[in-house]
Design a protein around this ligand. Structure first.
Ligand SMILES: Cc1ncc(COP(=O)(O)O)c(C=O)c1O
Length: 353
């Protein structure tokens, strides 16, 4: 039975402000990369707390350009976690470098610094550190390895680890503005950094047109003013959106305590902004996902497939495998209503107790 109430897993927060901003761009007839890009770049750099940013066409493009600007190339090694979307693997592989996949921590779902340490070789050129689901990875431990870090903030903006804001530690930081992300521009990404020389390299390689020389390193990775105007609208609302996410998460935690599940954990040294509310359950996930869907509630596996599974390495990443088998991501976004939270909580008690 499918009820009339449908609660999607993600819901982009787009409305009248975006319509007005997009209308203004269309009426200006400057719809490709134009002046709104620079405004969005400086807004994001201010929000994150770095000196500049370069807007590009996607988070994956941002990873690619950031790695390239760090000098990553043929046969270099780039370390990344297994429990992440395919973007870090794709960006690394397209540069001819070797993705080195490591396991995650069981409690934070983030890259395990001990596993990173034992994987570093003379060929290691970078570590991609995604801050998963809104919780910072352990930047304190990771930066001690003195290997260039690309902070992947596609899922986490505004969170803190040991007093340090995510996005301010890495040699480069990337963001995604895909429809379901914290800021929605449909598609889009950005490379941010304190390092102006690195940003110049990214700016130079995001486009190839009207250059004095041909360079195969450049491509068309530009963002449009349409996307940038949406991003800037959303950036104005980001602080309030993060507060609302945390309030929803606190309600979930309060009202789901007592179920035979593991609720999300926030280590004492950091804050969580709940891009996703991910709990782990003991019962088979597929049946549970289907039963919740039948009640009109769309939950998800937060990661489609761990990287090591794509690579035929099943059995060697026990934490990623356990989390993949048991992690359930609940709907969480600023417009989720209290009544909808009631329904989700009630459904989980009925399905899991
Ligand atoms: C952690 C992480 N990094 C990178 C990306 C890639 O971003 P995009 O979809 O904008 O290419 C994503 C998006 O799914 C992501 O979740």
């Amino acid at each position: 039975m499918i009820t009339a109430i449908q609660i999607p897993h993600s819901k982009p927060q787009v409305g009248q402000e975006e319509i007005a901003a997009l209308t203004e761009v269309i009426e200006s007839h400057q719809v490709a990369q134009g002046p709104r890009i620079a405004a969005f770049e400086s807004g994001m750099a201010d929000f994150i707390g770095v000196s500049g940013g370069v807007a590009v066409s996607s988070g994956t493009a941002a990873l690619y350009l950031a790695l390239q600007a760090l000098g990553v190339g043929q046969d270099d090694e780039v370390i990344m976690p297994s429990y992440v979307c395919a973007a870090p693997w794709v960006a690394t592989s397209r540069l001819g470098a070797n993705p080195i996949v490591v396991d995650i921590e069981p409690d934070t779902f983030n890259i395990d610094p001990e596993k990173v340490k034992s994987t570093i070789t003379s060929k290691t050129r970078a570590i991609i550190v995604p801050h998963m689901f809104g919780l910072p990875a352990n930047l304190t431990q990771l930066r001690a390895f003195e290997i260039p870090i690309v902070e992947d903030c596609a899922q986490t903006l505004g969170a803190i680890q040991e007093g340090v804001h995510v996005g301010t530690v890495g040699d480069a930081t990337i963001c995604s503005f895909f429809a379901t992300k914290l800021l929605c521009a449909g598609e889009g990404g950005m490379v941010l950094s304190h390092n102006h020389a690195l940003l110049d390299r990214v700016r130079d390689t995001r486009e190839f047109d009207e250059k004095s020389q041909l360079s195969a390193e450049s491509f068309n990775f530009k963002m449009t003013d349409l996307q940038a105007s949406m991003g800037s609208c959303q950036l104005k609302r980001l602080d309030a959106a993060l507060v609302r996410r945390v309030a929803i998460a606190e309600r979930y935690t309060r009202e789901l305590t007592g179920l035979p599940v593991v609720l999300p954990l926030t280590p004492k040294d950091r804050t969580h902004i709940y891009y996703r509310y991910v709990l782990t359950v003991a019962q088979p996930l597929d049946g549970l996902l289907n039963r919740l869907q039948e009640r009109g509630i769309q939950c998800r596996r937060p990661i489609f497939k761990p990287l090591h599974d794509y690579l035929g390495l099943h059995g060697r990443y026990p934490v990623s495998e356990h989390v993949f088998a048991s992690a359930l991501s609940l709907p969480i976004y600023p417009s989720l209503t209290e009544d909808e939270i009631d329904l989700i909580v009630q459904a989980l008690w009925e399905e899991l107790d």
